[in-house]
Structures are given as structure tokens and as C-alpha cells.
Design a protein around this ligand. Structure first.
Ligand code: PRP
Length: 183
């Protein structure tokens, strides 16, 4: 445990079994010589999930990275997505992209990225998220694969941060309110 964590929402063991299950689904769907799976990590929060997921896949994978930022905190109405690190490759027409996210909140990031990569000519674009907060949706978005649906708690760990802290915790935990209300 960590002194700033109120309680563990998803334990290390639970996250591991969730990712094992997702990896089996992806393995099944991307088997075959006609597929060229490119895992696209959306920095920074997805790094831990992506690292675990890729180790569990048996189909061949390539990896790449993008970073986006959202004005208006990304979750406020009208939030606009901006590309901070783009995907600089010319072979997208042969890539079956699977965008890897740690969490879906408003839905703006993945909605934007799916449109963007499709317009750039990707062969296919799908999405996987470890955590999903459907109660926070502002745009209609459903991932192709997902780990688990969670209530609207302030969660950190397993890649997720508060002010760049707690990303390295090996579980998903609920942050104590006094940590983010005392400033
Ligand atoms: C988080 C998360 C998703 C996005 C989801 O990233 O990793 O990318 O927000 O929110 P949305 O569904 O409302 O778009 P964040 O902007 O916190 O950056 P980080 O991953 O670098 O922490």
C-alpha cells in the first residue's frame, strides 16, 4: 500500500488476470498472415498496460507511440485534442492499429485518434482500454476491447497519475481526497 491511497480498487493479481483475458481475445482476432498488428501506446498513462499486454500476446506485434494533450483538462465540455507526438511512418496502409489506452473518460482522446488514424489511411483501427468510466462520457465511444468498467473514482497507479505521481504503483488505487483538495 501507499499512504496516499485510500483503498485498492483493482489489485495487482486482478489486473494481471484482466490483461491475460484481453491478450487471449486479441490473439484470437489478430491471428493470420493477413494481419500486421501495430500496438499504439498513447503516452504516458498507457505505458504500464502496454508493456504487460505485449508480453502476453503470442501474435507478432510492432509498437509505436503517440502523445496527445487536451485543452480544458481533457475532460471538460469542449475539450480539444492536440497531437504532441505524431506517428511518423509511411506504411499505415499495411498496419492494423490497436490503440492502447489506460482509461477512457470523456471519450474525446480515442474518438479523435480513431478518426485521425483512419484519415491517415490506416488499414484498420481498433481500441483497447484497461479501465473505462462510461459515466464520464461526453462523446459516444465504445472500445473494441476493455478490461473493466469502474465508477467515477479518482484512480491512480498502473500508469495513471495525479500531478505526474503514482504511475509506478503496481495496482489501481483510489486516491485519498485530501491529496488533491489540499493546495
Ligand atoms: C488520460 C488517459 C487518456 C485520456 C482519457 O491521459 O491516459 O489518454 O486521459 O480521457 P478522455 O477519454 O477524457 O479523452 P492524460 O491526458 O491524463 O495524460 P497522461 O496519459 O500522460 O497522464
Amino acid at each position: 500500500m501507499h499512504p496516499d491511497i485510500e483503498r485498492i480498487l483493482i489489485s495487482e493479481e486482478e489486473v494481471d488476470s484482466i490483461i491475460t483475458r484481453i491478450a487471449a481475445e486479441i490473439d484470437r482476432d489478430y491471428a493470420g498472415d493477413d494481419k500486421r498488428l501495430l500496438l499504439l501506446c498513447v503516452l504516458k498513462g498507457s505505458v504500464v498496460f502496454m508493456g504487460e499486454l505485449m508480453k502476453k500476446l503470442t501474435v507478432p506485434v510492432e509498437i509505436d507511440f503517440m502523445k496527445v494533450s487536451s485543452y480544458g483538462s481533457g475532460t471538460k465540455t469542449g475539450g480539444k485534442v492536440n497531437i504532441v507526438l505524431d506517428l511518423l511512418r509511411q506504411d499505415l496502409d499495411t498496419c492494423d492499429i490497436l490503440i492502447v489506452e489506460d482509461i477512457i473518460d470523456s471519450g474525446r482522446t480515442l474518438s479523435y485518434l480513431c478518426n485521425y488514424l483512419t484519415l491517415k489511411g490506416a488499414k484498420s483501427v481498433k481500441t483497447v482500454t484497461l479501465l473505462d468510466k462510461p459515466s464520464r462520457r461526453e462523446v459516444d465511444f465504445t472500445p473494441d476491447y476493455h478490461g473493466t468498467v469502474i465508477p467515477d473514482y479518482f484512480v491512480v497507479g498502473y500508469g495513471l497519475d495525479y500531478a505526474e505521481r503514482y504511475r509506478a504503483l503496481p495496482f489501481v488505487g483510489i486516491l485519498k481526497p485530501e491529496v488533491y483538495t489540499h493546495h
